[in-house]
Write a protein that binds this ligand. Structure first.
Ligand code: ATR
Length: 284
């Protein structure tokens, strides 16, 4: 029941109409018994939108494309890993000793990918091949640095792959060396395999036996062609919902100070995806 003391949360991005975050976070708030609501918001202008959030007393806000980098100069504080990644996906509004509002930006994408992978493997000392060198690869890559993994980067555009590899202290893998790579983990951070091109593969499936764990960040469809082929090769797989889920539970805990109800949040996401026709119905 929304009333005069309901606490405000939400997501800013463009577009946000298909965001799964409102479904995940509102399910969490309900389970935690909190008088709180999480809203999708699509500001035309980021500066005005951000000032609006401050003025209206929002407590926590998720930030998505295209604002993750552009919002950084507007914030009062930025956490060190988000600063290294160069992108913020989480805002926490709080009061300083004088009652003024301060906003701290952080990044839970790297926490989400680390926790998703750690359901299958201990990352410390593992070798991980990242496919892609965009924003998602950066967040995942810096997360792997935090976890103590050895990182390899392969990207369609090799110059971009080399640049990210240098920033991560990683090794760049050109096309002609890809077949020689053996690693504990393979992560697809590109959009290859996303509906409607759901048959597309980001790597030659003959190479999948070179990895123990394969994670895809694409979650529509939930079982991508990559994950299907990887499972057929005997790899353990981590689907794209896991990273979304774990970055969301990290946000929920930060904002509420409580342990996030992970199972409820995953069920809410699965129900929504199945109603969109991109995942089997939960429990089936
Ligand atoms: P995001 O923020 O989701 O990571 P991005 O910053 O646009 O998105 O990065 C997209 C990544 O997917 C890039 O590494 C891109 O490769 P290029 O640097 O060569 O553009 C990769 N990518 C996108 N489509 C691809 C495709 N069809 N084949 C291979 N890589 C692709």
């Amino acid at each position: 029941m929304i009333n005069g003391t309901t606490r405000l949360f939400g997501i800013i991005g463009n577009p946000v109409a298909h965001s799964l975050s409102p479904i995940m976070h509102n399910a969490a708030f309900k389970t935690l018994g909190l008088n709180a609501v999480y809203l999708p918001m699509q500001p035309k202008n980021l500066d005005e939108g951000y000032r609006g959030l401050r003025a209206l007393g929002f407590v926590g806000v998720s930030v998505t494309v295209p604002f993750k980098v552009a919002i950084m100069p507007l914030l009062d504080q930025i956490d060190p890993v988000a600063r290294k990644i160069g992108a913020v996906n989480t805002l926490l509004f709080h009061q300083d000793a004088h009652g003024s509002t301060l906003c701290t930006g952080s990044n839970t994408d790297w926490i989400g990918s680390n926790r998703a992978l750690e359901t299958e493997i201990d990352l410390s000392g593992s070798t991980v091949l990242i496919l892609g060198a965009g924003g998602a690869a950066r967040a995942i890559g810096f997360g792997l640095v935090e976890a103590g993994a050895t990182i390899l980067v392969h990207n369609r555009t090799e110059t971009k792959g080399r640049k990210l590899a240098a920033q991560l202290g990683a090794t760049s893998v050109p096309d002609q060396q890809l077949a020689d790579i053996r690693a504990d983990v393979l992560i697809n951070t590109t959009s290859v395999g996303m509906s409607p091109n759901h048959q597309a593969l980001p790597i030659n499936p003959k190479l999948l036996s070179h990895f123990s764990v394969v994670m895809d960040i694409v979650y529509a469809p939930l079982e991508t062609a990559l994950l299907r082929e990887a499972a057929a090769c005997g790899c353990r797989t981590v689907d794209g919902l896991q990273m979304l889920l774990h970055q969301g539970t990290a946000q929920c805990s930060l904002w509420t100070g409580q342990e996030a109800p992970l199972a409820v949040m995953r069920q809410a996401l699965l129900l929504e995806l199945s109603s969109r026709g991109t995942a089997p119905a939960p429990g089936t």
